[in-house]
Design a protein around this ligand. Sequence first.
Ligand SMILES: [Zn+2]
Length: 135
Amino acid sequence: MPDSLPELEAQRSKILRQFSTLSDFRLGSICAVPRRCGKPTCHCAKSNDPGHHPQLRLTRKVDGRTVAESFASPAAFRKAKTEIDEYHRLQNLTMQLVAVNEKICRLRPVESESSPWTAEEKKRLRRSIRRSREK
Ligand SMILES: [Zn+2]
């Protein structure tokens, strides 16, 4: 685990470079949905039946609702899977970037050892915090 500021900054640059290697990505997940044909006499009509060969669906949230799409072809499935995997790579890179930045923030010294807060500065700070809360 690198813990010096220059090492952490180098690590951050490395992570940032990886962002530029991201290709098309999208939100969503792929799940296998058991298919029921709807014929009342079929075995799949029984509640404990696993149904017919499960169908792969792409599910995603649209305005808070889950929308499912089926894939027109194996190629469409592979394309969507690659795009979703790429989104997970983005999430992973984001988490890494946040983690390394937090370490950098903690290690980065205050620019100059200045004098403690003056009464006027404290008053101004309180006012600006109050203003940002009111928004
Ligand atoms: Zn059936």
